[in-house]
Design a protein around this ligand. Structure first.
Ligand SMILES: [Zn+2]
Length: 266
């Protein structure tokens, strides 16, 4: 398989044209003509992931987060990003990013998150595209059987990969939970949309004190704040499955390296 073959599959599943205008998705490093046998999937393009790729002999790393989001004037080994891209180029390892285009895809990042925390049935976007009701940001689904917020939080914690931060819950633990909205990554901007959707819980990451406090005070859904990395990690398996289902003959590996920014809780 060539890198071009793999990219074709990824771009059919995650069309780059659906990425936000501020985003930087697609091929970051590598030659479209190069041979690809092993693909490592990871959330973050950081040193630990690059090391894992080199140790395993990966030809391609597919990450969710972009390496370069803003302009840069150097790839010298004097910065962490420079060292990373230099190591990848020297070892002929390509790097490809599917970020906000993977968030809004179907299935995308929030579908995988929804299933990981135990939502069942059809999943519908929390904020659908005006031109496509099955694609968009976040997902709404239902729990298999009625449970309390405390029980749902425990189920969600069990379904997500472990991080030092764990889950933080805002809301009365005994309140009933049936419909849940989720959004992988920082979901601050979807708080009002989640409230308007009439769900019982909104699970996302990177929530801040004031918006979260005001949201709960105003009688909105309960909130569950998970580690950013943990909410996006379940998507990696989904992306690997898409590669396998497409018929491209590559070996895939989902990086289990925890690259959440917060490494220890006290
Ligand atoms: Zn993210």
């Amino acid at each position: 398989m060539t890198l071009t073959d793999v990219i074709e599959v990824l771009e059919a599943a995650y069309p780059p044209g659906r990425a936000e205008s501020w985003d930087a998705v697609g091929l970051v490093g590598g030659d479209p003509a190069q041979e690809v046998r092993r693909v490592l999937l990871a959330v973050d393009p950081v040193a630990a992931v690059a090391e894992e790729a080199l140790d395993w002999g990966a030809d391609l790393i597919v990450t969710h987060h972009p390496l370069y989001l803003r302009g840069t004037t150097t790839v010298a080994a004097t910065t962490p990003k420079g060292r990373l891209i230099r190591a990848l180029i020297k070892n002929d390892v390509a790097l490809y990013t599917a970020h906000t285009n993977a968030d809004v895809a179907n299935p995308g990042v929030s579908d995988a998150l929804a299933r990981a925390v135990g939502l069942v049935g059809d999943l519908v976007p929390l904020k659908p595209f005006p031109d496509d009701p099955w694609r968009g940001l976040g997902r709404i689904g239902e729990v298999a059987e009625g449970m309390t917020l405390g029980e749902f939080a425990a189920q969600a914690a069990k379904g997500l990969p472990r991080t030092s931060a764990g889950l933080r819950v805002a809301g009365e633990l005994s309140r009933p939970v049936a419909r849940v909205a989720v959004s992988g990554g920082a979901g601050d901007s979807l708080l009002a949309t989640a409230a308007a959707a009439g769900v019982d819980v909104f699970l996302t990451a990177d929530l801040r004190h004031h918006p979260a406090s005001e949201f709960v005070e105003s009688g909105g859904p309960a909130l569950i704040d998970a580690a950013h990395w943990a909410t996006e990690w379940p998507w990696l398996d989904s992306a690997a499955s898409i590669l396998h289902a497409s018929g491209v003959t590559v070996e895939t590996r989902v990086s289990a390296t925890v690259t959440d920014a917060w490494t220890r809780g006290y």
